[in-house]
Design a protein around this ligand. Sequence first.
Ligand code: ADP
Ligand code: MG
Ligand code: MG
Length: 902
Amino acid sequence: MAAQETVDHKYVYDFAEGNKDLKDLLGGKGANLAEMTNLGLPVPPGFTITTEACKAYLATGRQPDGLAGQIEAHLESLEREMGRRLGDPDDPLLVSVRSGAKFSMPGMMETVLNVGLNDRSVIGLASRAGGNDRFAWDSYRRLIQMFGKTVCDVPGEEFEHAIDDAKRAKGTDNDLDLDADDLRGLVDTFKKIFAKHTGREFPQEPREQLDLAIRAVFESWNAERAVVYRRQERIPADLGTAVNVVAMVFGNLGADSGTGVAFTRDPGSGAQGIYGDYLANAQGEDVVAGIRNTVPLEELERIDKKSYDELLDYMARLEEHYKDLCDIEFTIERGKLWMLQTRVGKRTAAAAFVIAGQLVDEGLIDLDEALHRVNGAQLAQLMFPRFQLDHEYEPVAKGIGASPGAAVGKAVFTSARAVELAAEGEAVILVRRETNPDDLNGMIAAQGILTSRGGKTSHAAVVARGMGKTCVSGADELQVDVPAKRFRVAGQTVSEGDVVSIDGTTGKVYLGEVPVMPSEVVQYFEGTLDAERTDDPLVRAVHRIMTHADAKRRLAVRANADTGADAARARRFGAQGIGLCRTEHMFLGDRRELVERLILASGDQERQQALAALLPLQREDFVEIFREMDGLPVTVRLIDPPLHEFLPPLEQLAVNVAVAQERGEDVAKEEALLAAVRRMHEENPMLGLRGVRLGLVIPGLFAMQVRAIAEAAVTVVRAGGSACPEIMVPLVGAVQELETVRAEAEKIIAEVVGDSGVEVLIGTMIEVPRAALTAGQIAEAAQFFSFGTNDLTQMGWGFSRDDVEGAFFWRYLELGIFGISPFESLDREGVGRLVRIAAEEGRAARPGLKLGVCGEHGGDPDSVHFFHEVGLDYVSCSPFRVPVARLEAGRAAVETQGSDSR
Ligand code: ADP
Ligand code: MG
Ligand code: MG
């Protein structure tokens, strides 16, 4: 009794039963077919087998209980509705079997058309089509071809070669010239190919065809290319695909039939209008396969005005309904329009902004939604310099746009040559089949990297993105011959020294120099292009959405800037202060000599002299920055790197000393230097004498910097300006370190500022795991925290940043150990946890403690959302990233609206 009460799990949904929100269960294609059906659009009837059925099948290797019966029942009702039976010899119902996962995976999975045809029903189909034999045999050969290829792994080329042979025999290159007899002959040939590869005859039983096709779609989820694609696109591996069984409609019935694809707006620019391609007398896959030239969709108006008008009407309704750009697949069967697919369409970064703006104007969405629909990665793309392209420049190859930007330079084929030419001031493009860790120096020296192998997670792609360097990977038309120092492409040879241009956004490769121009969006941020005046729709949309982001965001955005010029640019880009002003560059150039004196000082007095000489120089540096930022906070980090970084390298020095000794010159100073370099040598400089440790060991060093900062602030204030310095101590791991530095600093500050009204905050970086874990104690001594997430990642994972990205990150990405380098996007679970603990315990100890982050994570879209969630006050990133951080901070605020208690 009990057993009979258990209802079969529902694995099959009629199109009328689904809707667009059921993508998890029905896949994107199935959910949207259901939605269109319910909107009353002409969708051929059909049903969807759920992703759950697929998952069950993949887990056990057999169809779950109840599935076969449900398919049977839905097929029967489809047959009733169509008034035809599957494979009926006199008047067959044919169906397509189509994959469709939650996320679109273009070209990854399988579809079989015309299921239900066999040696007998092909005759019935012809007579039903008014004796159109050609159509029937064309459909049959397509079935054997698609079924053979996707269900039985028959190599697709064999079928294609057979078609080519048939065309050649006929003396034509147009498939439409093949008549019914030719196609009947092709069917015979195809069946032989099928039998040869599978060891069996092409299945004549329609239900068997259907079952095998359904299984093949299930299994295509785990096909190698699908697995690789998912890993790269961060699509979970366990979603499974749905299967759609759809009554066939025929675009290959003659000149009054055809098939096409359409977009409701231009997915390239976002411009309003009708975009698409149409192909008469063809079946769906012909359009994308490019077997014949399509015509622009507008021409359909001339060919079949009624269908055209209807299509436009449906497109308008879909846009209105989805409130977004939609793309569509349709087929016209003898003047009757059928809708076969729709989805919210992919678009370029520019189109995303423009369309979001338009939809607000059209009243379809509000500004919050517009902000939600664009993202920082798109904005970053719009800020890269671009090629100025016109008809003169034709790409010779297209690879994967692995790291965006436009790069021009002389082709070189080895890392060493790249370094040599770059040292001579030449711009070079490093061309390799695939890069490896030995190429690192060449990659650093090059303007861009071009490879003929590898995808988005190849070594070249990963390392280039980490460096922010333009990269095109996997341009497989290139035949790269490294020993001969040349590559061949499109019948041409490119030798070392020849100029090439690569576009890391589109993946296109050009020979010769293509002129580069700054993007309009950067001109807008720079203030040289006025958004209120321009008629550039992109700039207007960016302006509008940025303004909204600024109004909504809770996180402030600061910039990392070390010079007055950087500070000025950061301000133009909207920075509300400087979150990280590094001081180490202030010890370089002609100041090196003073640093050497400081290091070599034999006593307190000599050391004080060197520091006293550095003081006015440092003060000037800070005056310039405080002036630029006029009243905005400026966080100055006391010197961080180990001092030996400012001395010449050991080998070079040793050689110099030996040579000079040989010549009998006086080498006392060099010898002293050499001894110092030896003494200060460190095996792990990243974990050595640096940061606060330096300040505690070298008397007077931090004191000099603190004095310079305080004096600079007073200078600016006395001149009528305003300065808000924040002194930041690097690499603190214990509160005692900070207390010691702070006690000395406070004395100096009190003495310098006097009654000038200048206020100087003293805080610390949180970048050593121990600091994060003892943040409650450290907060007692710190007026602010700034998370140094680069070091925190480095020490949290035990990764030496300079070594690991080139050495093995590609492998970690390939294995899915992480989806993106933790230096690029914050590792929420591990390093993020340290941030969260420190933020919570710091604020518990000192309510209102100011919290920020400096380091490139501050400009990474996903990390910005995390910092918003954790409740930081600001993020700080390089000036160029400031707009991205502003946008993402706005998006984070809008997305957590309502749930955000802060
Ligand atoms: P993809 O996901 O690769 O686009 P589809 O499942 O959409 O694959 O099918 C491939 C092509 O076959 C499409 O162009 C589609 O329009 C066409 N097609 C699919 N089902 C049918 C059908 N029932 N009748 C006519 N054409 C179809
Ligand atoms: Mg499709
Ligand atoms: Mg650091």
